[in-house]
Ligand binder design. Structure first.
Ligand code: UD1
Length: 317
């Protein structure tokens, strides 16, 4: 029987990954989450088919028995926010760096076959050219970017020196159903969705010409599963993006068109630590992992908008 563990499995991307694992017939799926940013309701539909443990990844002694003997551990647990890492550098360092170290250590000691680590496109910072390829030197611009990059470096040396098979996927601005729009640190698409539905103008930080490779959560989950199976990838890092690039102004314009309304955005000061442009070169992920993103931004936004509308109705009922 296949045995999988998803750290951060009650989070937005983690719960999509749990759904994808179950959809392809996974045997035992163990979720580790301390519910700091994750929510049990994200696992509502699959609750009876998984094991849920409210455990903090920094607690090696608690993590070890949960990962022991697993085929694959997907390490997604993190505090995933550039501005939060600036507001709370100590806490985010502790979770994102120390927590990641403890997970890798427990996986090594527990004889886990492979770890797939959720790295971040923020590691690149501002590069001279686009798209961003894995061979470019990292230039982290925020504590969050440093923290996720340290995790990659650890993944790599656990592979080369400590006998643990790992592979890192740099996620590029993931969006989709279940992304929580309610915190000041929420991802921009979730914030835009909430504003659109409530007919309020969103605030865009800066001129809105900064761009991102927005990637639909199902595509990211599918790629993450492929990374668990690919051969010859030990210790490597791959871009997990869609390959496109849209400015925030373009995204807000597209959302207004989808909803058939006109609602000009407000503009505020640029956000410290912000990367200007982000776009993945997906060549290596396509070649080595079989990455094949299916969702255009328009299709992904349509699906996401439908989900937010449905969940809003559900929450009102
Ligand atoms: C960064 C990483 C991403 C990582 C994510 C975790 C880059 C390129 N991307 O995303 O890989 O997974 O952190 O959170 O570094 N914005 C607004 N108005 C808002 C909210 C955000 O204008 O209300 C702007 C931000 O200033 C930024 C863009 O939208 O320019 C995207 O912000 P956000 O969704 O928080 O993600 P990143 O910081 O780009």
């Amino acid at each position: 029987m296949s045995h999988y563990v998803v750290t951060g499995g009650a989070g937005f991307i983690g719960s999509a990954l749990v759904g994808a694992l179950l959809a392809e017939g996974a045997g035992r799926v163990v979720v580790i989450d301390n519910l700091l940013t994750g929510k049990e309701e994200n696992l509502e539909e699959v609750r009876k088919r998984i094991e849920f443990h409210r455990t903090d990844i920094r607690c090696y002694d608690e993590v070890l028995p949960l990962v022991r003997g697993a085929d694959v551990v997907f390490h997604l647990a993190a505090i995933p926010s550039v501005p939060r890492s600036i507001a709370e550098p100590e806490l985010t360092h502790d979770v994102n760096v120390n927590g990641t170290f403890q997970v890798f250590r427990a996986c090594r000691d527990g004889g886990v076959r492979r770890v797939v680590y959720a790295a971040s496109s923020s590691a690149y910072g501002d590069t001279d050219t686009l798209p961003k390829t894995e061979t470019m030197p990292p230039r982290p611009l925020s504590p969050y970017a440093v923290q996720k990059l340290v995790g990659e470096y650890y993944a790599s040396v656990f592979c080369t020196c400590l006998g643990l098979e790992t592979v890192s996927i740099r996620y590029f601005n993931v969006y989709g159903p279940r992304q929580d729009p309610s915190s000041p640190y929420s991802g921009v698409i979730s914030v835009f969705m909430k504003a659109l539905i409530e007919r309020r103008p969103p605030t865009i930080f800066g001129d809105g010409e900064q761009s991102r490779d927005f990637t639909y959560v199902e595509d990211v989950a599918a790629l993450t599963l492929k990374a668990a199976r690919a051969s010859g990838v030990c210790g490597k890092v791959y871009n997990g993006g869609n390959g496109g690039r849209y400015s925030l102004n373009q995204v807000w314009a597209l959302l207004q068109r989808l909803e058939g309304i006109e609602l000009p955005a407000r503009y505020g000061p640029p956000r410290p630590g912000d990367v200007r442009h982000s776009q993945a070169d997906t060549t290596a992920a396509v070649r080595d992992l079989g990455h094949a993103p299916r969702f255009t931004l328009e299709e992904g936004l349509r699906r996401t908008l439908e989900w937010y509308k449905r969940s809003l109705v559900r929450n009102r009922a």
